[in-house]
Design a protein around this ligand. Sequence first.
Ligand code: G6P
Ligand code: MN
Length: 446
Amino acid sequence: MKLTILGGGGFRVPLVYGALLGDHAEGRVTQVVLHDLDAQRLSAVTRVLAEQAADVPDAPEVAATTDLDEALRGADFVFSAIRVGGLEGRANDERVALAEGVLGQETVGAGGIAYGLRTVPVAVDIARRVARLAPDAWVINFTNPAGLVTEAMSRHLGDRVIGICDSPVGLGRRIARVLGVQNPAEAWIDYVGLNHLGWVRGLRVAGRDELPRLLADPGLLGSFEEGKLFGADWLRSLGAIPNEYLHYYYFNREAVRAYQEAEQTRGAFLRDQQARFYAEMRNPDASALKAWDATRAEREATYMAENRESAGAGERDADDLSGGYEKVALALMRAIARDERTTLILNVRNRSTLSVLDSEAVIEVPCLVDANGAHPVAVDPLPDHATGLVCAVKAVEREVLATADSGSRTTAVKAFALHPLVDSVNVARRLVDGYTAVHPGLSYLK
Ligand code: G6P
Ligand code: MN
């Protein structure tokens, strides 16, 4: 089975390959093709993978190419994990937004819109190529903003593109852990929303909802990441546990201020950190795997550091440092390739799941997965305030998609202006000016 990874020179590729190395069952991936625009990044990552595979006899064979069509031909699965504009682009997304006093995060608010505006045209081109060159392939989209990008690709690939994120899984795992659920796999997590905009409303074990027990216990609430970020009182008011990215909404002023005051934004930090890693990989004597792992550990330890600092949440829990998005991707691929039925929280088309959205809208929801793909399960409606946010953000995503189709600058202004975290049409206008001035990937806006 052939797996093609787009963005194959990317820093997180060894996580995916590490997960593949643990899979010895029949029907597993035997061939990995890395595609990237940058040959030097490809060779750096290839070195890490070779060291990972050193003691594994049946390790998937790895090839690398800068030719997209060649990479796609004959693929059974395509992982799309690209970063249009690189980390320099991410840093610029943050800088321009923060200068206007709004959030520049890569998936939320103005930053997410800017990143989406330059990523959607590239993702659409990839989707069209997949439809032509590998029409039977399944595309697993990791590229942020993951919900929006998955929806853009689904217009060309239908249900053959599935978006993934590890934050709902991590949230479910943490709640199960604090509740003392022995086997988290047996827990049913009632979660729904958009990517980075969802809520856990219940956690059922053997037919019993355990979430009320958590919400009633300030000690338990204070003992895990989301409890520390949002505070016990607010979680009790909500009666639900929000995805950590909702911190940017519920505590927007504090988050913006913390990012403005930080020595470096997240994007700038990762840009410099990864530049050091890729530079080190040019030294043939360096241990690639050791350098990669040290860089990865530092990245995970500092994830959402400004949010945690502004909330007084302290360090991350050791159990939360292992990421996990590669595990979601592998579980999804296995379920499809081997018809091993499982349930995963994924980004798929809504169909009739949330009645306030149309059937084509990509949402994040638990899905039954098997050889026929991912099927969203029925969930209870969201409460009104959550529905309001989901509808507002989906409307913004639709303006981003319309902008990518038409190239209209006016529509781009509308996308920014309608976002709940952008508080003035004038700010939206200046954001479009600021972003088009720094991003070559937005030169299509007229
Ligand atoms: C979480 C999010 C991802 C994001 C990742 C890394 O897992 O769900 O969407 O890509 O964190 O964030 P970072 O700030 O380290 O790039
Ligand atoms: Mn994510």
